[in-house]
Design a protein around this ligand. Structure first.
Ligand code: SF4
Length: 238
C-alpha cells in the first residue's frame, strides 16, 4: 500500500523534486511564517460582503490576540507583521470588494482525502459550486496564475471531483496583496500531470534521491546545506 501524497507536496516537487526527499528526512518542526499565517487567516475571516475594510481591521485586531494562543510565535514579530498589514488593508479591501461574489459563501480549510487517488490535502477555501480556491500571500504573475498553483488546483479538483462524482473544471487563486482573485479553468492535462507527479513523489519517498534540476532555486533554499552534502557524497561514489 502506497503512502498518500499531500497536495502541498505537489507544489514542493515543482519547486524542486529534491525538496521532497529532504522534507521526508526532517524531524524538526517547520519554521512558522508569521506574515503568511496572518494574511491567510485574515482572508479566511471574511464572512460577509458589506464593509470589507471594517471587517478586515476588526479581524486583524482579533488575530493579534488569538494567533499566539494557537501557534508558537513571538508577540513582537506578530505585532510588527500586524502593523505592516494594517497599512495594506485599504488597498486589499478596495481590490477585493468587487470580487467577493466569487469567494462567498464558502467553507474554510476543508480537509480532503481519497484512497483511490492516493492524495490528500487541506484546501484553503471551498467556494460556491464546489470551486477550490487557494490563498497566495506572495505576488501574482502578470497574467493568469503560477504553474505550481495551477497544478495544486488540479490536485484539489481531482479530490473534490472524486468526492462529488463529477469533474471540477474551475478554480480560483486569491492574491490579497494585489487585491486580486483570478478564476481559471482546470484542464484534464493538468489533472493527468498531477497523477504522474504523485507517482514520482512516491518513488522519492521510497528513497530515490532525484538529480539536481539545472534551474533549481538553490540560492534561497533552506535544504541547501544537506543537499550539497548529499551531492558531494554521491560524487565520491560515482
Ligand atoms: S539546494 Fe537546490 S537542488 Fe537542493 S533541494 Fe534546494 S533547490 Fe533543490
Amino acid at each position: 500500500m502506497h503512502t498518500p501524497v499531500r497536495i502541498y507536496e505537489i507544489g514542493l516537487y515543482l519547486r524542486c523534486p529534491r525538496l521532497i526527499f529532504f522534507e521526508n528526512l526532517r524531524n524538526d518542526p517547520k519554521k512558522i511564517d508569521v506574515k503568511h499565517i496572518l494574511l491567510h487567516s485574515l482572508m479566511l475571516s471574511i464572512s460577509q460582503k458589506d464593509d470589507l475594510e471594517g471587517q478586515l481591521r476588526e479581524s486583524l485586531a482579533r488575530l493579534q490576540e488569538e494567533l499566539p494562543l494557537v501557534y508558537e510565535i513571538e508577540k513582537d514579530e506578530l505585532e510588527l507583521a500586524c502593523r505592516e498589514l494594517e497599512g495594506e488593508i485599504t488597498g486589499i479591501a478596495r481590490g477585493l470588494a468587487g470580487q467577493l461574489d466569487l469567494l462567498l459563501p464558502c467553507q474554510a480549510e476543508v480537509d480532503l482525502f481519497s484512497d483511490k487517488l492516493g492524495l490528500f490535502g487541506r484546501l484553503d477555501r471551498l467556494a460556491a459550486g464546489s470551486t477550490p480556491s487557494l490563498i497566495r500571500t506572495g505576488k501574482a504573475p502578470q497574467d493568469g496564475i503560477w504553474k505550481r498553483d495551477r497544478l495544486m488546483l488540479a490536485g484539489y479538483a481531482l479530490l473534490l471531483g472524486e468526492k462529488h462524482r463529477t469533474h471540477i473544471n474551475q478554480g480560483l487563486v486569491e492574491y490579497p496583496r494585489q487585491g486580486l482573485v483570478r478564476a481559471v479553468e482546470v484542464h484534464s492535462v493538468d489533472r493527468a500531470r498531477v497523477l504522474r507527479i504523485r507517482d514520482r513523489i512516491r518513488q522519492i519517498k521510497d528513497g530515490q534521491l532525484p538529480d539536481r534540476p539545472e534551474d533549481a532555486p538553490c540560492r534561497d533554499c533552506e535544504a541547501r546545506e544537506i543537499c550539497e552534502t548529499r551531492h558531494s557524497l554521491a560524487s565520491r561514489f560515482f
